[in-house]
Every structure is written in C-alpha cells, then in structure tokens.
Design a protein around this ligand. Sequence first.
Ligand SMILES: Cc1cc2nc3c(=O)[nH]c(=O)nc-3n(C[C@H](O)[C@H](O)[C@H](O)COP(=O)(O)OP(=O)(O)OC[C@H]3O[C@@H](n4cnc5c(N)ncnc54)[C@H](O)[C@@H]3O)c2cc1C
Length: 579
Amino acid sequence: MDSVTRQDQLRYLSQQSKVSVLIIGAGINGIAAFRDLALQRVDVLMVDKGDFCSGTSSASSHMIHGGIRYLENGELRLVREAVQERNRLLQLAPHYVKPLPTMIPIFNWQSGIWKSAAKFLGLNGLLSFPADLRLAQSGGKGHQRGGVMVKLGLMLYELWNSPPIVTTARMPNHRFQLRASSLKQFPELSPDIVATAIYYDAVVLSPERLAVELVIETERMSQNATAINYLSVVGMADSSSTVILHDEVSGQQFQIQPELVINATGPWIDLTNRKLNQPTDFIGGSKGSHLVLDHPQLRVATGEHAIFFENDDGRVVLLLPYFDYVIVGTTDIRVDQPEVYCTQEEITYLLEMIGRVFPHIEVKPSQILYTFSGVRPLPTDSSKQSTGQISRDHQNKIVEQTEYSFPIFNLVGGKWTTFRAFAEQVTNQALKFLGQRRCCDTRDLVIGGGRDYPFTDWEHWIATVAENYQVDPKIVKKLFDRYGTVAKAVIKHMSEPLLSRPSQWGKSELNDLDPVGQTKPLDNAADYYVGEVRFIAEQEKVVFVEDFIRRRSNLAMLGQDTPQLRAELTEIMADLLSP
Ligand SMILES: Cc1cc2nc3c(=O)[nH]c(=O)nc-3n(C[C@H](O)[C@H](O)[C@H](O)COP(=O)(O)OP(=O)(O)OC[C@H]3O[C@@H](n4cnc5c(N)ncnc54)[C@H](O)[C@@H]3O)c2cc1C
C-alpha cells in the first residue's frame, strides 16, 4: 500500500489554480465534510494549520452520546439525532466506539422539577424557585436533578434508542438501584445518595485515531480528495477570489481559487473569516478542561462506569474510566481566544468535584498524569445566563457569495457525536450550490478498522491472523484492540523483515536492526512495536514525532510522552516522516 507523500501533494498543489471546495480546518467537522464531499466525486482540498484533529476535536470528553442534559434545554432535535448517530457509530466504527454504562448518583427524589420544566419551556430566569434555592443554600445540592427528573429524562432519552435501519445496535434501557444496592456496587460512593441510575451511552477512547482514519480512507477512496496538514490559510491575494496557503513546515506559499469555501475552523472561525476579508461574529467560545488521573483507588471505585453528575451551579462533571486511569472533566468558561490551557484554578475545581461523589477518596496533584483543554465553538448568544444553556446544536452559517468572491459555509457548533449527520447536511447544501447530485450515502458506510469486524468471534480472528503471519497472538490482540481489522495490515507490514526493504531506510540507524526487529517493543513504550510505528508513520501523514505521540496513539494521554520516547521514535521514523 504505497501512500502519496505530503511533498507529492504540495507539488501537485503548486500546479493547481482551482478547486471546487476548499475546506479550512481538519477537526472532526471539516474531516466529515471532506469525506462526504469526496464520496460525491467533488473535487475537494482540506487544509489545517496544524495536524489533523489537533484543535477542539482532540479535547473532548470522549463521549459519543445523545446528550441527556440537552433535553432540559429543549434541544429535542439534537438529542434525537445524536442518539441515532451514537447507535450508528457503535455499528460502523466498533473498533473505536464502545458502549459505556453510565451512572448518575441521585441525592434526593424531588429536586429540580420546577427548574428543569422552566428551562425546557425557555422560562429560566423569569421564575424563582424557592425550594431549589433553599436546597442550594443548605445542602449544596440545589441544582442536582432529583430521581423523578432523572427518570423522566432517561425515559425520553430512550424513546429514540431504536436502531437506525442499517444497523442492529440497540443500547440496553436504564435501571434504578436503591441506596443499599448502589453502595454495594460502588462502596466508595457518598452515603448521602438515595439511589443511582444506570444508563448506556458510548465512549471513543481514541477520537484522534478515528478522525485520522477517516482522512486516510477518504483519500484512498477518491482521486479528487486531498488533505494536507500544517498548511494554513493566511489571507487573500489581490484577486478577491484567491486564497493564500502557507506551508508551516517550509514557509512556502501557494494560491488557490475555490468555488466554495467551508470554514470548519471551530473556535477560529471568526479569525479565519477575517483572513478571508469577511469579518463575522459567529463564535462565543467556551473553554473546557480535563485531567487524566493515575489513581488506582478511584479507578476501582468507578469500575467500568462513567459517572455523571451536576455541581451546585448546574455545571456537568464527568468521571470516565480510561485504560488504567480516570479522566475527570470538565469546566465551562467563556473565552474569546481559541488557544487555551488548563489553569490551576480549574485543577482545584475538578479535584474538589471528585469529593462530591467519593468523599473518602483524596486525589493529590502528583496523581495528575496529563491535562487537556479545548474551546467549544458555540454560537454567540448573549441572551443565555450561563454557557451551559447555549445550544450545542450545529448550524451552517452562510456568508453569501458576492460579485467577486466565493460563498463561505461556516460550521458552527456541533458535537463530535453528530459529525456524520452535520456533514451530510452541509454536503447537501454544497451540492446544491455546485449543481451536483448526491450519489453516495454515508449512513451505512463502515469506517476503517470496523470493516468485517468480528463482533462475536474476535478470538478466532486473532488466532487466524497470528497463525497466518506467524506473530504472537498477544501482539495481534493488542493491535486488534488498537486498530480493529486494520491490525491485519499492520501485522503484515510487521512480518516483512526490515532488511528486505533497504531503499526505504535512508540514513536511519535502523540498518543495524535484525530482520525480525519489526516486532520489537519500544524501549520507552513497551506496548508499541517498531514495525507498528513505522507502518503508522508511512501510512498516516505523520509530519512530526509529536503527531504520533498525541494523535496517532494515546501515548501522551497515558503519560508516556518523555524525551527518551521522543528520541527513540525520531530514530525509528526518521526516514518516513513526511515534512
Ligand atoms: C471540553 C469539551 C468537551 C467536549 N466533549 C464532547 C463529548 O464528549 N462528545 C461530543 O460529541 N462532543 C464533545 N465536545 C464537542 C466537540 O469536541 C466539538 O464540537 C468538535 O470537536 C468541534 O470540531 P470542529 O471540527 O468544528 O473544530 P476543531 O476540532 O477545533 O477544528 C478546527 C481546526 O481548524 C484549524 N484551523 C484554525 N485556523 C486555521 C487556518 N487559518 N488555516 C487552516 N486551519 C485552521 C485548527 O488547527 C483545527 O484543527 C466537547 C468539546 C469540548 C471543548
């Protein structure tokens, strides 16, 4: 499987002057639009100023969910769509999207009824709720939903849980456990609870891998699709319809005339439009941060459940099992710049929140393995009291075509979960503008390593691949967990001796490795293998070692990003990096 290099693509770009659609931004929304347009045989170029999926899309809470909380804001359309997309992804990307039992601790039965009803009806702020306020002042549980509200919410949530026509996935329905059995299952849980509710959503543990897989696969499926990372839109040329692109690696500039621009730059949307000489005020960003905690006691306390609750002011807190660790998030703070980091204040807040549900578990700052932050590209909405009330739905805000320039579709908002549906809507609008018809549907299109996925007989799949390629089944299992059925291609690559391919080595020290060196574990990340790293570097548009550490693997989030690992990876990938 020979892949086109970034240099090949830049050379090709330098010979092009026009493209039908230019997508600026390769977060999940840009990538999904790229895929759908390419499948319709539209000539499309996608660029990102950084690596693929390096903006907000790499900072999510990792939930693929309907968003039960949005019911309260009356966002029924969004919840319905998101539940259906969640079920679809469980079926179409089973190697990355897994069912997630989620637990809501319930501290009383009644509270939140009036407040939720008012929010649902859009009356929040017009009415006062003495009972809720009293609770907030006395027990600090004023904003938590009582059992009655949680029950109603979950019943509504599950109304849309029927599987889409093309899939068979259906999540189990929710159940309630009273106090005694809840504490038996979660012994560290606060004794103040009256019950717990368990319902099902989904989790994506490697969202960046899913996003990159969509990019790679799209380019393979379509001759008209080009995706280039580290290529920024920096401005307009004198001619009002020519966009200037800047290669962040070499400094070289390129020019392109698109018929249509899709601005998928998330929290950078307004900044990008300024560069296109079309000032807008679409985005009212909200920052969210997460911590990854190395805390065995907390990991045991959560079990395989996500734990989801609201603090006193209505902000949502999530504890998510993540391999041997626990992710805790998130904050929700208005910001007006897209580049953010996790502050000490946020760390203090998030650690304090853990004590609300697990009062006897102490987390020390030294147990923080990693932090990450991103900005939700929410629409500007000054009418809402808190960021939590601003709609999480997606919308395509169109800057109309003028006599001299192209129209700009701006992809505002949107959940990770709904990327396919959002892209479908945007693609339909783009096709209308271009005067083309839809020829391919993404609703039942399996993604990458989800193809021919052995849902039930995966052990047989692993044994067969191990035998065919004479590789230890334990290695095959690890790679299957990481790449789904794409693991077979990785293993095939690993089973080819390095020495049989001398022309690909360049000046790398790898010349010294023995022929079976491909299955050698890394010295500084023993779960990964030399041949695996080389496969990814060769096939997945890795420009810098950091791309591998942060977005082609989970190594950064697992706290393994060390200078020693970087040095080792540099050596292994030196001849394959694609600057
Ligand atoms: C804290 C937090 C938690 C979340 N949790 C969830 C969740 O659990 N589940 C869920 O479904 N959703 C979640 N979301 C929402 C979801 O992550 C985002 O809505 C989604 O990732 C937005 O993607 P995007 O493609 O629009 O933007 P981005 O991912 O930000 O992509 C924009 C891209 O544009 C690029 N760019 C910017 N300027 C330029 C330029 N001039 N030239 C070229 N490229 C440029 C950037 O480098 C970036 O890669 C969460 C969001 C946050 C912030």
